[in-house]
Design a protein around this ligand. Structure first.
Ligand code: PMV
Length: 317
C-alpha cells in the first residue's frame, strides 16, 4: 500500500463568533499559511493491526489501540472506520504534524480531524467526500468544545470563505475584491470551550441583554457579507470595529487584544477585531494591499504580538 497524505488549512472567523452558537450568522475564511498534514505509511512487516501514531505537536507517540476510547485521534479513526463499514486498520505508521497554534483560535482541532480523516479514509481505499469529512469533524468538535456551532469544521473542510448559520446549509461568500487579513497572536493561550461556557453563564444570567448583543453581532455579519460582495472594504472595516465593540460587551476581549486592535487601527487597518473564542488567542486586521498588511504586521509585532500571519483572500465568484 503506498503512502498517503491528507492536509487541512487553518481558519479565522471574520465576523460573528460566539453569536453563531446562538443561531446568528458568522463569516469565516480559511488560512492556507498554516496547515495540518497527516502522512500514513503501511508497515507490512509489522504484526497485523499494529498502528503507530505520532503527533509530535502534542508529544504523542503511541499505539492507536492503546489510546483510551475518548481520545480524539482514536475517535476520529473509529468514526472513519464506521463510515466505511470497516473494523480494522492494516499495520501502519501515522504521522500528524501541524503548524497551527494550539488553543489559538485558528481551528487546530478541526484541522487535525479533517487532515487525519482524509488521510485515513484514503489509506483504507475509500477517500471520504467532504460532506462526510465535515460530519466527522463536527462530531469531534463536540468532543472538544461541547456545543460548537460547526463553523470551524465547515470552513476548514471546504477551505472557502463562508457565511454560516448553525443548522442551515452553508453559503459561500462571493467577495468582489481580494483583501488581506493580518492575524496577530496575543501569545495568550485561551481554551475556546472555557470562553464559550463563560459566555453561556452570562447569557443565562442576562438573557435579554445577551440575545440583543448576539443579534447585533449577527447584523454585523449580514452587513459585512453584502459589503464584501460589493467590494466595499471600508464598510467591511467599519463592521469589524462594531463587532469588536460588541465582543467587548459580551466580555470576551482582554487588554492585550484591545491593545493589538488599537495598534492595527493606528497603523492604517481598515478595521480590526478579536477573532475566535477571545480572552487571548488572535486578533485580525483588514488591509486592502500587501504593503499595508506588512506595515500593520510590523506595528503589531512592535506592540507585542507573539506572531503575525498575513493571509490573502482572492476574489471568489
Ligand atoms: O475555535 P475558535 O477559538 O476560533 O472559536 C470558535 C468560535 C466560537 O463562536 C467562539 C465557538 C463556535 O463553536 O462557533
Amino acid at each position: 500500500m503506498p503512502a498517503v497524505y491528507g492536509s487541512a488549512p487553518g481558519k479565522i472567523i471574520l465576523f460573528g463568533e460566539h453569536a453563531v452558537v446562538y443561531g446568528q450568522p458568522a463569516i469565516a475564511v480559511p488560512v492556507n499559511q498554516v496547515t495540518t498534514r497527516t502522512h500514513i505509511l503501511a508497515d507490512p512487516a509489522a504484526p497485523a493491526g499494529l498502528v503507530i501514531i505520532d503527533a509530535p505537536n502534542i508529544h504523542l507517540h503511541a499505539r492507536l489501540s492503546d489510546l483510551p476510547a475518548d481520545n480524539p485521534l482514536k475517535s476520529i479513526a473509529n468514526l472513519v472506520m464506521a463510515s466505511l463499514n470497516l473494523d480494522h486498520i492494516p499495520a501502519a505508521h501515522i504521522k500528524i504534524t501541524s503548524s497551527l497554534p494550539l488553543a489559538g483560535g485558528m481551528g487546530s482541532s478541526a484541522s487535525v480531524t479533517v487532515s487525519f480523516a482524509r488521510a485515513l479514509s484514503a489509506f483504507l481505499g475509500h477517500p471520504l467526500p467532504d460532506f462526510e469529512i465535515n460530519c466527522i469533524a463536527f462530531e469531534i468538535e463536540k468532543f472538544h468544545h461541547g456545543t460548537p456551532s460547526g463553523i470551524d469544521n465547515s470552513v476548514i473542510t471546504y477551505a472557502r470563505p463562508l457565511y454560516f448559520v448553525k443548522g442551515k446549509p452553508i453559503e459561500w461568500i462571493q467577495n468582489a475584491c481580494s483583501f488581506f487579513i493580518v492575524i496577530g497572536d496575543t501569545g495568550i493561550p485561551s481554551a475556546t470551550a472555557d470562553v464559550v461556557n463563560a459566555v453561556r453563564n452570562l447569557w443565562q444570567q442576562q438573557t435579554e441583554k445577551f440575545d440583543q448583543l448576539f443579534y447585533e453581532i449577527g447584523h454585523c455579519s449580514l452587513i459585512a457579507r453584502a459589503a464584501l460582495e460589493k467590494g466595499d472594504l471600508a464598510a467591511v472595516g467599519r463592521q469589524m470595529q462594531q463587532n469588536h465593540l460588541l465582543l467587548q460587551q459580551i466580555d470576551v476581549s482582554c487588554p492585550r487584544l484591545d491593545l493589538l486592535v488599537k495598534s492595527a487601527l493606528d497603523s492604517g487597518a481598515l478595521g480590526a477585531k478579536l477573532s475566535g473564542g477571545g480572552r487571548g488567542g488572535n486578533m485580525i486586521a483588514l488591509a486592502d494591499s500587501e504593503t499595508g498588511a506588512h506595515h500593520i504586521a510590523d506595528c503589531l509585532q512592535s506592540s507585542g504580538a507573539a506572531r503575525t500571519i498575513i493571509t490573502s483572500i482572492p476574489v471568489n465568484r
